[in-house]
Design a protein around this ligand. Sequence first.
Ligand code: ADE
Length: 289
Amino acid sequence: DSKGKLPEAVLVGVIGGSGLYHLDNLTFIKHVNPETPWGFPSSPISIFALPSGTQVAFLARHGVGHTINPSAVPARANIAALKSLGVRAVLAFSAVGSLREEIRPGDFVLPTQIIDRTKGVRPASFFEGTSVVAHASFGDPFSTRFVRWLEQRVASVLVAHAGSSSAALHTDKCVVCMEGPQFSTRAESKMYRAWGGDIINMSVLPEAKLAREAELGYALIATATDYDSWRENEDAVTSADVFKVLQTNAALSRTVAATILDELHDAAQEGGILTEQVGSMQYSIMPRS
Ligand code: ADE
């Protein structure tokens, strides 16, 4: 019962990837479009109310009409804009290619590691162009407690929908983030497998780095759309392959979001799942002598 409750801060921000341009079954409240020192976010941010009255923020990473290519996503503005609303936990979604036989198109993956194959053209730090030298810890690029928390919730949503979907959940995986916009060559795809990559996308970086610098909790729910290009005797990935699976994945992602957001809001309160992030930058800034 939300009657008589004061409006609370928006603690949870959802970033939607390819295919996920809106949430559903939530009450739309308003659009906000905060201008940050790094410009405007990818698109105006939608504020939604959950049935409990709790408000969450939603941002379409590539713009609502998917007009922004991965190299041009204004990741600093996106993270800064969410932070300016009071967001503490960012739940990001992304369509990914699979580098492993057992990760089938349609499956959900919660990565815990990243290999950076972006080409240095994306501004990847809030400290760039300032006189502050800061080295954020990034050994565990996702918020460990947040990811563990998600594992149980996502697993139970997939079990509850096992009748209509055969999506499996894979945990503790490594996502390769490539620059794009072209997909990988077959040789690159095989190399990423040899390196230990399990899935591949074009968007988790610099988003995850910036979330860390902003001391926000950050976790990625990846949904596989294709087998990339490593499989012998199989066609290499095309956009058409990706689009085929995108809608199904996005529908199930919306269900996951609608099911867990209320609980995530509660978990993002003081003393919840985000204890590793808060204050993490305190010793990252080099002292001046
Ligand atoms: N996003 C979805 N599928 C992908 C792939 N195969 N490579 C890079 N990014 C992707």
